[in-house]
Design a binder for this molecule. Sequence first.
Ligand code: ZN
Length: 403
Amino acid sequence: MWWNAWASMRMDKDQRWWSFEWNFADSVRSQMNLPEKIIIKDDTLREGEETPGTYFTIDEKVEIAKLLEEMGIPEIEVGYAAGIKEHADTFKALKRDGIKMMLSSHARLYAEDIKREVDDIISAGADHINFLLVPGPVLKTKNAVFERIVEGIEYAKSQDVTVAFGSGRVIPRYWKKFLALAMEAGVDRIVVYDGNGCAHPSAFKDNVEFTKNIVGDIPIEVHTHNDLGLATATTLAGVEGGAEIVDVVFNGLGDRAGNAATEEVIMALEILYGIDLNLKLDKIMEVSQLIEKYSKTPLQPHKSIVGKNCFIHESDLHVEQILIGNWTTWELFQPHVVGQNRKLIFGATTLQDRALKAKLNKIGLTPTAEQLDTLRKQIKEKIKTQDFISERELEELAKKTLK
Ligand SMILES: [Zn+2]
């Protein structure tokens, strides 16, 4: 029968989720240059704090970092250890608390004194320095920029930390030259940014591939913004271009429209690409809620993965399918996978027969057409004054009506 085609979906071996079979078609997969391993680098402490109105105390940052570590996240971006004293203190607090994740600090390539910039970061306890090139008054000429790239990377490397380099916006004219200088100076990682959400995902993929062809074995990190609602797509496009590290922010926080959301990128890599990230995915909800609380930035109810609506079903056919065990009809992954809960509610869109019958059958009741009609009327009456009725309320109502 035609619906047997539904069975051709690709089911996860532990039944945690399923995926569109076509995602794995040769014609699709052959277009990708997926890396062997992907590192999730969470940037919530730095970029998440740039969300307007958000400020995390050091204690809150330590608590968030601990939870990220428990979840298995291997790296975090902590802040600007050289420029902001409280960020330097955060590095120290994280080290004091025994955090083992790689702690990364942003560094200003345009700083007046680049050696001091590096020294301050290292003395705060950072394991990794992330040099960012943005326009500024210190580096006035092209040659000054070229010299600074080499000077900054070489000095940081001499101080026994790993070093990344990226330009806030990839300037096609100079990108090759920047990369050549960074490689010559011994850079460990290249960051490809879309700091304004201005890149088409396909163009971003192409940019990462172009970069990869130049830098060879040097890993590439991608960092994207959500100004057009495409940050997750752009990050994934970067991975398809060969990027090994994704710099992402929980709940999609960040300045303006925010960044690629950690939870979205993680679940997409697992489900759409079949990549095992070796993370405790069932911690996602807990981390998201802690960050929601401390960031004072409430999530929209329909936020993907962690929104409170993600596993609430009200519409007739949806509720029925869940009740008879066919979760794959309307859900992509099971709620427990990310630490969510499923909830069935009965309201204006559940007043046809299928959901009500399935629910009543489940508690051992077989209603007549007349009894169903009475029940429907009662529900209609109730939802005049409340948004919906819960499973529990429905059970009570049904037991009374079908007595
Ligand atoms: Zn950013």
